[in-house]
Design a binder for this molecule. Structure first.
Ligand SMILES: *[C@@H]1O[C@H](CO)[C@@H](O)[C@H](O)[C@H]1NC(C)=O
Ligand SMILES: *[C@@H]1O[C@H](CO)[C@@H](O)[C@H](O)[C@H]1NC(C)=O
Ligand SMILES: *[C@@H]1O[C@H](CO)[C@@H](O)[C@H](O)[C@H]1NC(C)=O
Length: 312
């Protein structure tokens, strides 16, 4: 994973303790390199003076590369970067392992780019990442375990991804600290309850502006939301049903048990037991009937034979 990405930190991991004697492969400034090599604690200095990428501004652990028409992510950020903004660019992919070096990263802003997906394992070393903004991109689905390594996430913004149709039931698995989730203005017609159920810390949920289809499959989620609404702010006014026709335009949270009555006109357990019982009785009866018919036929046959013999 990520071996193609020219990352010093990556190579440090691969090369082990011998790294400090090696030339830093991704540092663009030989003079600084030399200085760092001259020091026994060269690592610390190298980290502190890592240069700022062109087109970005770097100040007190904040790296701002927003609105620079970037088509790819800038390499070699200062290793102590805390806030990284790549917003309002045209970035279509993030290389795997891109964040490996930046263990201090708290805020990653990728808003308003052309991202379709993130590489697996991107957050493997981003243990401190708390805020992730992926809004205004082109994500079509949120796969299982997309954020699983970023256990410290407090906020995920996936809003305004108009092609976002699917959120895997295990998409947000393991995010026990997540407080804010924004899924508004996507293309979601359905969301499974399982996707949200495992988020004990959720305080704010935004789901408005999606073409929700409030059919029977949505009932568990809506029921759960209604029960949780006291503890969880949701954009209830904005979330509307796009279908089925009977509830088109109705606010999601206006739907009651009554709205889903038709979903429960199906058979209950008692009905199934009754059917099974009747089936059982019928099959027993048919076996018995066959048995009796068989005996009768046999008797008739013998009786016939006996009378024929008598006649002869
Ligand atoms: C870093 O980002 C967070 C969240 O967006 C923001 O609240 C904070 O002010 C930023 N820090 C700096 C120094 O810009
Ligand atoms: C997205 O970024 C472009 C520049 O790349 C800008 O013109 C546009 O206003 C931005 N859109 C939003 C919603 O911020
Ligand atoms: C976004 O993705 C869809 C397919 O999922 C594609 O048709 C569309 O052109 C993409 N839009 C942009 C701006 O990349």
């Amino acid at each position: 994973m990520g071996s193609s990405w020219p990352c010093c930190c990556w190579q440090r991991i691969e090369m082990g303790p011998a790294w400090s004697q090696l030339v830093r492969p991704c540092s663009p400034k030989p003079a600084l390199l030399l200085a760092s090599l001259l020091l026994t604690a060269g690592l610390a200095l190298a980290d502190a003076v890592a240069s700022c990428p062109v087109l970005c501004t770097c100040r007190s652990q904040v790296v701002d590369c927003s609105s620079q028409r970037l088509f790819s992510v800038p390499p070699d950020l200062p290793l102590d970067t805390r806030n990284l903004s790549l917003a309002h660019n045209r970035i279509a992919t993030v290389p795997p392992g891109y964040l490996t070096c930046y263990g201090e990263l708290r805020v990653l802003d990728l808003r308003n780019n052309s991202l379709v997906e993130l590489p697996p394992g991107l957050f493997l070393h981003a243990k401190r990442l708390a805020h992730l903004d992926l809004s205004y991109n082109n994500f079509s689905h949120v796969p299982a375990d997309m954020f699983v390594e970023a256990r410290g996430l407090l906020r995920i913004d996936l809003s305004h991804n108009p092609w976002l149709r699917k959120v895997h039931p295990k998409a947000f698995q393991g995010l026990s600290q997540l407080r804010e989730l924004d899924l508004s203005y996507g293309g979601l017609a359905f969301l499974s309850l399982e996707a949200l159920e495992g988020l004990p810390g959720l305080v704010t949920l935004q789901i408005g502006g999606n073409p929700w289809v409030c059919g029977c499959t949505m009932e568990p989620l809506l029921k759960w939301l209604r029960n949780r609404i006291q503890r969880c702010t949701a954009d209830s006014q904005l979330a509307e049903c796009r279908g089925p026709p009977e509830v088109e335009g109705a606010p999601l949270f206006s739907l009651t048990e009554e709205s889903f009555k038709a979903c429960h006109l199906t058979l209950t357990l008692d009905d199934y037991l009754f059917i099974a019982f009747v089936g059982f009785v019928v099959s027993i009866a048919s076996v018995a009937t066959n048995f009796l018919l068989g005996i009768t036929a046999n008797c008739c046959h013998r009786w016939n034979k006996a009378s024929e013999e008598e006649e002869i």
